[in-house]
Design a protein around this ligand. Sequence first.
Ligand code: FAD
Length: 395
Amino acid sequence: MAKIAILDRRCTGCGLCAENCPFGAIDMQGGRPELNAACKVCGLCVKACPEKAVLKLETRVDSVDKSKWNDILVLAEVSGGRLHPVSLELIGKARELAKAVDYKVKALLIGHGILDFAEELRHYGAQEIAVYDDPELSYFRADAWAACAEDYIRFARPSVVLVGATSLGRSLAPRLSTRFHTGLTADCTRLELRENTDLVQIRPAFGGNIMAQIITTNTRPQFATVRYKVMNAPARREEAAGEVLIRRIPRGVADSPASCVSVTPVPPRKSISDAEVLVVGGRGLRKEADLDMIRELAALLGGDWATTRPLVEKGWNTNDRQIGLSGRTVRPRLIITCGVSGAIQFTACMKGSDHIVAINSDPNAPIFDVAHIAVVGDLYDIVPALIRRIREGRA
Ligand SMILES: Cc1cc2nc3c(=O)[nH]c(=O)nc-3n(C[C@H](O)[C@H](O)[C@H](O)COP(=O)(O)OP(=O)(O)OC[C@H]3O[C@@H](n4cnc5c(N)ncnc54)[C@H](O)[C@@H]3O)c2cc1C
């Protein structure tokens, strides 16, 4: 960490520091330089000052003793009366990571009436499942959940905490990382664990133009969220292993100022993330009505339909049917893209699909780099022909 300091006794008020600051981070007030929040500590003001009145100060950051933080914890989630599948995917990933450094995989469950789910987790390779089960935890309240998770993390001292990037996880993870004054990387698409136990958290950054590798070097635990369908779910084992550890809810949870006034259940909605077959329309479609053939092909294949972001921006579709960094991640058995160019923000969230068929009139379209079958041609010829052939085949 570094910061800029100005020595009043040396400063002559010449203003050269302010003139040379590319961020407009120095205001001259009453002939004296004052730093504002725009300062990026670039150090150009230090070089510009003829009186050496501007200094760049480095502060030493003490590193935590990493050997005191071990194992990988997955914050498992029960929502709508079921174990969210992202929890299983994270346990699978945690098992893979744990092998390299001989860590245990642990899971944490918070809620009420959730002991059956703890039992279920024993079939997926979690070696310890901590449970906070209490009527006070019947409904999600961020402060109560965070208090329980903090209590267990202080007790178990995990090196890594993996959280599903669900609404609940996205609310909880930042609260926890703040409580532990440590790093959190959201929406990781890949995770690796170094021998020194630093978690390499890989995710698209700067609009998807680079894949950033983010490391929490000096603090523990290391928090990362991962979206549903990004990692593979492990198979359920017949035999159950791992211990269930019942924890008492920390004091204060019952006194939370937040309370649940009423609950309106949302009817279960099918998500494109759960589809086995997906047909996707892109900007190659000329008008909204042409989405009908995308929907028709999807229905004939027993699947669902989705689009790229530009079609959502045009108002032809809603965001819950958009694939991509600012939409959903999907991993169907078959995906057919029609008139989709294959921008990184789109492909990053579908390239794990088992079979990718891409239809595009441009033979150099980047979508062909991830496609298993490339169909170069006009979607207005190919999609109706496919529909016809499937219908004829059935007849
Ligand atoms: C921060 C950020 C987040 C983003 N998030 C997302 C996201 O979540 N999802 C997303 O999709 N995008 C996202 N984008 C936008 C992304 O960069 C692309 O602009 C977008 O994916 C392009 O959509 P497209 O492929 O439908 O359109 P285009 O890139 O315009 O491609 C249309 C394709 O159709 C082909 N075509 C045209 N006519 C025909 C025809 N008759 N037959 C066959 N092919 C034809 C063309 O050759 C072309 O390749 C994001 C961008 C940013 C900066």
